[in-house]
Write a protein that binds this ligand. Structure first.
Ligand SMILES: C[S@@+](CC[C@H](N)C(=O)[O-])C[C@H]1O[C@@H](n2cnc3c(N)ncnc32)[C@H](O)[C@@H]1O
Length: 351
């Protein structure tokens, strides 16, 4: 039995469990978010489970910021078998984590092996009964104040104290079709959030989307706490972006103009999905020319260093190639299948 949690905070291990929609993108999002802590850390992956060793608890930050993390929390202990599942923590340690006034649920997940329903039920029953007996807390499967998440791995069982993402439900509630102003060219909220995270957007930053449309990306940057600037050719979309942004209540500037002549001298991050000429018009300009023109300006406009530019485009555009041809450095290239006819490339640039 390996006890990972101890009262010495520096030895505490945390975890994050990412969603399965796009594992590459979710891993990149987690890693970039953890890089915002300038301290030593170690991340080990087993499929969708990340074991994170660092001296600060990142759980609240990760769940507040990440679009693609489902659960996060602290690892309590590792057990080698179902029979030992109740022996990983002393009674005193259980009482530190769960008080009599709490309600709790034990939830199990199989990671990296077959879904073993019998084993899952046995763990939920045995561990649930043990915690109830030791702590006096009541079981509440629907809305527990504490969730104990048990991850069944091929080489053992990890017992965690876990929180569930609330942001993911919020993001679903602010998808383009649910916003006050809607246009089919708008970026969905989950990808917009991931792109902002990949570009390192932080509260207080100035973030530019030079092709802002109805403001999908700007809204997510704004929810993070950034001041946002949007440029678009279309008055109609800018008016829609204003409707959407005014709901959030943070500072924004919207400018009608051509992104090929940026009227901006300095921002911290650029996050954008230039038009591909499908749902959104380029008014005759070749889509590639719009991207090249933006890339020419980035070094002089961007005040931050590092991965502070994130662009997304139809994979047929070969975005990474355009970036390299412009003499810039691609930091990450990820892709996302939207439907059979559209794969998006999501690329970050290191400035
Ligand atoms: C894919 S949409 C952008 C979606 C938006 N980024 C979002 O987050 O919802 C592309 C936008 O580029 C705008 N556009 C096309 N050519 C432009 C140009 N030369 N300068 C500025 N905006 C342009 C279109 O009007 C369209 O709103």
């Amino acid at each position: 039995m390996e006890t990972i949690y101890t009262s010495d905070d520096s030895l505490t291990a945390y975890f994050a469990y990412i969603s399965g929609e796009n594992i590459g993108l979710a891993k990149a999002e987690l890693e970039v978010l953890l890089n915002q802590f300038s301290i030593d850390k170690e991340v080990t992956w087993l499929r969708r489970f990340a074991r994170i060793v660092m001296p600060i608890n990142p759980t609240d930050f990760l769940l507040k910021r990440a679009a693609l993390i489902q659960y996060a929390g602290i690892i309590l202990y590792k057990s080698s078998s179902v029979d030992d599942i109740t022996k990983g923590l002393s009674d005193d340690d259980w009482i530190i984590h769960i008080s009599k006034q709490d309600s709790f649920a034990v939830k199990t997940l199989c990671v990296g092996n077959e879904n073993d329903m019998d084993m899952r039920l046995q763990i939920e029953r045995n561990l649930g009964a043990h915690i109830k007996q030791v702590t006096g807390a009541n079981v509440n499967l629907r809305n527990p104040s504490i969730q104990i998440l048990v991850l069944i791995m091929s080489d053992g069982i990890i017992v965690c104290k876990s929180d569930t993402s609330k942001l993911r439900a919020l993001l679903r509630g602010r998808e383009p079709g649910k916003k006050e102003f809607f246009h089919p060219s708008m970026m969905n909220s989950s990808l917009a959030r991931v792109m902002c995270n990949l570009a390192g957007v932080q509260s207080g930053d100035i973030v530019l989307d030079p092709f802002c449309g109805g403001g999908g990306i700007l809204c997510e940057a704004s929810y993070i706490g950034a001041s946002v600037i949007g440029i678009d050719l279309s008055w109609k979309l800018l008016i829609g972006a204003r409707v959407n942004l005014s709901k959030i209540g943070l500072k924004y500037s919207l400018i009608q103009g051509d992104a090929q002549h940026l009227p901006i001298s300095s921002v911290d991050r650029i996050v954008s999905d230039p038009p591909y000429g499908r749902a959104s018009s380029t008014r005759g300009t070749k889509a590639i020319k719009l991207i090249e023109s933006l890339l020419e300006e980035t070094n002089s406009i961007l005040q931050s260093k590092g991965e502070c530019l994130c662009l997304c485009s139809d994979s047929e555009m070969k975005l990474s190639q355009i970036i390299e041809n412009a003499g810039l450095t691609v930091a990450r290239q990820l892709s996302m299948r939207v439907h059979s006819g559209l794969v998006r490339d999501i690329v970050t640039v290191k400035i």
